[in-house]
Design a protein. Structure first.
Lengths: 288, 355
C-alpha cells in the first residue's frame, strides 16, 4: 500500500460531474422530498407533517384505483406489443432494398410527437367524423370513446400499440440480424422445424434485447401521460386516469403539493423497484 | 454411405454472372469415394466454403449436379441429404443441456427416446462428453461446444458424410492438436466420409488422405499430401504448400530442356509446350536444392534458423532462390553454386505443370 499515492486534486476533477448530477437529479428530487413531508399554504410557509402524506396516499382508494388501472394498462400493452413486435420482426426481409423501406415505415410512428399522436387518434376515433370511429359504428357496433369506458380503453391501447410496437420491432430485428447464419444452417441440417428454430435459437438469442425492450416499454407505459391526456383526458369519468394523469390532477388541479410530492416518490419507487427486480431476474442466469 | 460425385458444378452468387470473376466456383467435376478423409485447402475467399455448402445443400448450385451414390441430390434440402456439418463458430443450443443438444437432431426425426438415450450416451463417451451431459451447453468452453456440434452429426446413423468448415478457428492452440487427433481417431472408428475445409496446410495435410487444393474458385490439384509436395500440378500448389514454398523461376525452353541462367536444367523426360507464347517457369522446392561445386551461380543473402534446418536465401540476378540446409551443414559465406535435383524439378507453362 506504500506505493499508492493519494491525490487530493482528483476531487477537483470529479467536481463537474458531481455538480451536474446534483443539479439535474439530486436537487430537483430533494425539493420533491421537501414538499412530501410538509404542508404549505403558499408564501413559503411550511409546516412539518412527517410521513402523513405517504400514509394518506398509500391508504387512498383513489391512488389504489389509478395504480390498478396503470398496472392493467401496462400489462395489456406489454402482452400485445412484445409478441407482436417479435412477430413483425420475424417477417421482415433479411436483405435487399425492402429492408430500408420497412425500417423507415417502422420508425415513423416513433418520430411523431406524443401530443400529436394523441390528437391524431382523437380525431381518427371520433364516432361521427373519424375514420375509425365511423367505420366501427358503420359495422353496427356502438362505439364512442368519450362515453364508453371500454371504448376509451380500446382506443388508448390501440393507440399505444400503434405508437410503440415499432420500438420492439426495431430492437427485435436488430437482435435477429445479429444471429450468425451458422445457427440457421446447423438447425437446417439438424432437421429443426421453424417452430423449433424460433424456440431454441431465435428466442434465446433475443433474450437480451427483449429484456431491454420490455424494460423500456414498462417504464414508458407506466409513466404515460400525454397521449391519453390528449385523447380522453382521463375519462370518461376516471376510467382512463392513469397514475401520471392522477398525479397532475392532485398537484395542479387541486394544488395539494404535499400529497402530490408523496405520490411522486411512491410512483418513482414503484418504477425503480419493478425494473430492478425484473432486470435482476432476467440476468440471473447469464452469469452461470 | 455412398460416394459423392460432383458433375460440371458451377456457382455464382450473382443472378446474371457475366465475367469469369463473377463465378465463386468455376466449373469442376470431382468424385469423392466413400469413407475417405478429404481436405479442401485454399486461401480465404477461394470458394471452398461455397463448395462445402453446395455439397451439404445449404447452397443450390447455379449449374451442375451433386450425386450421393446413385441418387441425385442437387435440389434436396440440407436435412434430406444425410450429411452433418460442423461450422467455424461452434453452434450449440444455449438453453439446452449437452444431452438435449446431442439428442436434438434425433428428436427432430422422431426417433424414440430409448434409442436416443442409448445413442447419445455412446457418442458422448466417444467425444469425452459423458461427464458434462447434464450441464447447460452454454457453459462449456469453445472446444467442448465444437465437440457438441460434431456430436450432433455423429448421433445420426443415416449420415453419409460429415463436413467441417474450418472447425478449429476458435479453439485454443494447445487444444487444436488434441481435437485434430480426436477427429482422425473418429474417422478410423466410424469410417464416415469426412470433408474438412481449412486454409491451414498443417491441418489439411495431417487430417486428409486426399487434399483438394483450390484457388480463385478452381480446383488446381487433388492428391495425397506426398503428391502435392513432390509433384505440384500448379505453381500455386507449390507456393501454398510447404514452408517455405516452392521456388518458381522464369525460364526458357531449348529442345525440350529448360534453360535457366544460361545453363540447361536437368529434368526427367522431355518437355513439350504447344503454345509458343506461354509463360515458362521451372519449379523446385527448397528441400531439393543443394550447394555444389558448379551449377547456377548465386550469392548468399540471408540465413534463418528454422530449428533442424537453416533456410538459406540466395540471389541469382533478380530471382531469390531459397534452399534448406540441415542444421550444422556447410553454408558458403558469399558466392556459391546451386544444384537442382532433376527428379524434383518441374516445368510450368502458364502456371500448369508440363513436365
Amino acid at each position: 500500500m506504500d506505493n499508492k499515492t493519494t491525490h487530493q486534486k482528483a476531487w477537483f476533477f470529479v467536481l463537474p460531474v458531481v455538480v451536474l448530477v446534483a443539479f439535474n437529479a439530486i436537487i430537483p428530487l430533494m425539493t420533491v422530498v421537501n414538499y412530501s413531508v410538509q404542508e404549505t399554504f403558499g408564501d413559503n410557509v411550511f409546516f412539518w407533517e412527517g410521513v402523513k402524506w405517504f400514509e394518506d396516499v398509500l391508504n387512498s382508494d383513489r391512488f389504489h384505483a389509478s395504480l390498478l388501472r396503470q398496472l392493467m394498462f401496462t400489462g395489456i400493452i406489454l402482452a400485445i406489443e412484445v409478441p407482436l413486435g417479435v412477430a413483425i420482426a420475424l417477417t421482415m426481409p433479411k436483405k435487399g432494398p425492402w429492408v430500408s423501406v420497412c425500417l423507415v415505415f417502422m420508425a415513423m410512428p416513433l418520430l411523431i410527437p406524443w401530443n400529436v399522436v394523441g390528437a391524431m387518434w382523437n380525431i381518427f376515433a371520433l364516432p361521427d367524423i373519424g375514420l375509425l370511429g365511423h367505420a366501427i359504428n358503420g359495422m353496427g357496433i356502438e362505439y364512442n370513446f368519450t362515453r364508453q369506458p371500454f371504448a376509451a380503453w380500446f382506443t388508448t391501447v390501440l393507440m399505444d400499440v400503434w405508437h410503440w410496437t415499432s420500438l420492439v420491432v426495431l430492437l427485435a430485428y436488430a437482435g435477429l440480424r445479429s444471429i450468425p447464419e451458422d445457427y440457421y444452417q446447423a438447425a437446417k441440417i439438424d432437421g429443426a422445424k421453424p417452430w423449433a428454430v424460433f424456440l431454441h435459437i431465435q428466442l434465446p438469442k433475443l433474450k437480451r434485447v427483449l429484456t431491454i425492450a420490455i424494460l423500456l416499454r414498462f417504464m414508458d407505459s407506466f409513466m404515460i401521460y400525454t397521449e391519453p391526456f390528449v385523447l380522453t383526458g382521463g375519462g370518461p369519468g376516471n376510467s382512463t386516469t392513469f397514475l401520471s394523469i392522477d398525479l397532475v390532477k392532485v398537484a395542479l388541479g387541486q394544488f395539494d403539493l404535499g400529497p402530490a410530492a408523496a405520490m411522486s416518490l411512491i410512483y418513482f419507487l414503484i418504477v425503480l423497484l419493478v425494473c430492478w427486480v425484473f432486470y435482476t431476474l432476467m440476468m440471473k442466469n447469464e452469469d452461470q | 454411405m455412398s460416394k459423392i460425385t460432383l458433375k460440371n458444378l458451377r456457382h455464382s452468387y450473382l443472378s446474371h454472372p457475366q465475367r469469369d470473376e463473377d463465378w465463386a466456383l468455376k466449373e469442376m467435376s470431382v468424385e469423392w469415394s466413400d469413407g475417405g478423409a478429404y481436405a479442401l485447402l485454399g486461401p480465404s475467399g477461394c470458394g471452398k466454403t461455397t463448395l462445402l455448402n453446395i455439397i451439404s445443400g445449404l447452397v443450390t448450385p447455379t449449374q451442375g449436379e451433386v450425386w450421393f451414390g446413385d441418387v441425385e441430390v442437387s435440389h434436396l434440402p440440407a436435412d434430406k441429404r444425410n450429411i452433418a456439418q460442423v461450422f467455424q463458430f461452434p453452434v450449440v443450443y444455449d438453453t439446452m443441456t449437452v444431452f438435449d443438444n446431442l439428442a436434438f437432431p434425433l428428436r427432430n426425426r422422431d426417433v424414440n427416446e430409448t434409442d436416443i438415450d442409448w445413442k447419445v450416451r455412446e457418442i458422448a463417451a466417444m467425444l469425452d462428453l459423458s461427464e458434462t451431459l447434464m450441464k447447460r451447453a452454454s457453459g462449456l468452453t469453445a472446444d467442448g461446444k465444437q465437440k457438441i456440434s460434431l456430436g450432433r452429426g455423429l448421433v445420426r446413423s443415416d449420415v453419409n458424410a460429415i463436413m467441417f468448415d474450418e472447425p478449429l478457428t476458435v479453439i485454443d492452440p494447445h487444444l487444436k492438436w488434441i481435437l485434430r487427433s480426436k477427429l482422425k481417431e473418429l474417422h478410423q472408428q466410424i469410417g464416415n466420409t469426412m470433408i474438412y475445409v481449412t486454409h491451414d496446410q498443417t491441418e489439411a495435410l495431417t487430417f486428409a488422405d486426399q487434399v483438394v487444393v483450390m484457388q480463385e474458385g478452381e480446383v488446381v490439384q487433388i492428391g495425397s499430401p506426398v503428391e502435392l509436395f513432390e509433384r505440384p500440378q500448379h505453381t500455386f500448389v507449390g507456393h501454398f504448400i510447404g514452408s517455405p514454398g516452392m521456388n518458381v523461376l522464369a525460364c526458357e525452353l531449348d529442345q525440350g530442356q529448360p534453360v535457366y541462367g544460361g545453363a540447361t536444367v536437368e529434368t526427367t523426360g522431355k518437355v513439350a509446350v504447344e503454345d509458343p507464347t506461354a509463360r515458362l517457369e521451372i519449379g523446385i522446392r527448397p528441400e531439393f536444392i543443394s550447394f555444389a561445386d558448379d551449377g547456377i551461380a548465386v550469392s548468399v543473402e540471408k540465413v534463418s534458423d528454422a530449428g533442424r534446418v537453416n533456410i538459406v536465401e540466395t540471389r541469382h540476378g533478380d530471382d531469390v532462390i531459397k534452399l534448406l540446409v540441415p542444421d550444422g551443414g556447410n553454408v558458403p559465406s558469399e558466392n556459391a553454386f546451386l544444384k537442382f535435383d532433376p527428379d524434383h524439378t518441374q516445368v510450368y507453362a502458364n502456371d500448369w505443370m508440363v513436365s
